[in-house]
Design a protein around this ligand. Structure first.
Ligand code: FES
Ligand code: FES
Length: 159
């Protein structure tokens, strides 16, 4: 598993967030015994390049990341929010992501992406492959930055 990233190790940054039920939880300070019998979802379980989650499509469309280190955790916080509230306001999204740190300062794009995924300001995300959403035809080679973006959004694998 490469999705949950280790950041602070103290429940403060959200880089390690996973989704338990409809809540985002920092995995670094969650004892294993406490999740026995519960559904735990990481970014690996959210979607993949063939069947991307609307949030993953929206993050690609908005280019809502730079280094990508925070993204797996942020996507799990956003997914938990949309599970509880499929039509969040901008303020709802900001509050849901409040405990996720992004040192690259991509928060504004991320908020836009979550709203886009929730279909509030994006005009609807048409079903499409992640490659098409990124503006590339399937099978075409991608540039290195785009490869990083796609890998982070689906697996957190590049960092
Ligand atoms: S590593 Fe920072 S909250 Fe878990
Ligand atoms: S994109 Fe670099 S820390 Fe968030």
């Amino acid at each position: 598993m490469t999705g949950p990233h280790f950041g602070c190790g103290a429940g403060e940054c959200g880089a390690c967030n996973v989704m338990i039920g409809d809540r985002a939880v920092s995995s670094c300070d969650t004892p294993l015994w406490s999740v026995a019998g519960k559904d735990v979802t990481t970014i690996e379980g959210l979607g993949n390049a063939e069947r991307p989650h609307p949030l993953q499509r929206a993050f690609i469309a908005e280019q809502a990341l730079q280094c990508g280190y925070c993204v797996p955790g942020i996507l799990m916080s956003a997914a938990a929010l949309l599970k509880r509230n499929p039509s969040p306001s901008s303020q709802d999204v900001k509050e849901a992501l409040d405990r996720n740190l992004c040192r690259c300062g991509s928060h504004n794009r991320m908020v836009r992406a979550v709203l886009r995924a929730a279909d509030r300001d994006g005009g609807g995300m048409k079903p499409a492959s992640a490659l098409a959403a990124a503006g590339k035809a399937a099978g075409q080679p991608r540039s290195e930055p785009e490869t990083v973006v796609v890998a982070e959004i689906f697996s957190g694998r590049t960092v």
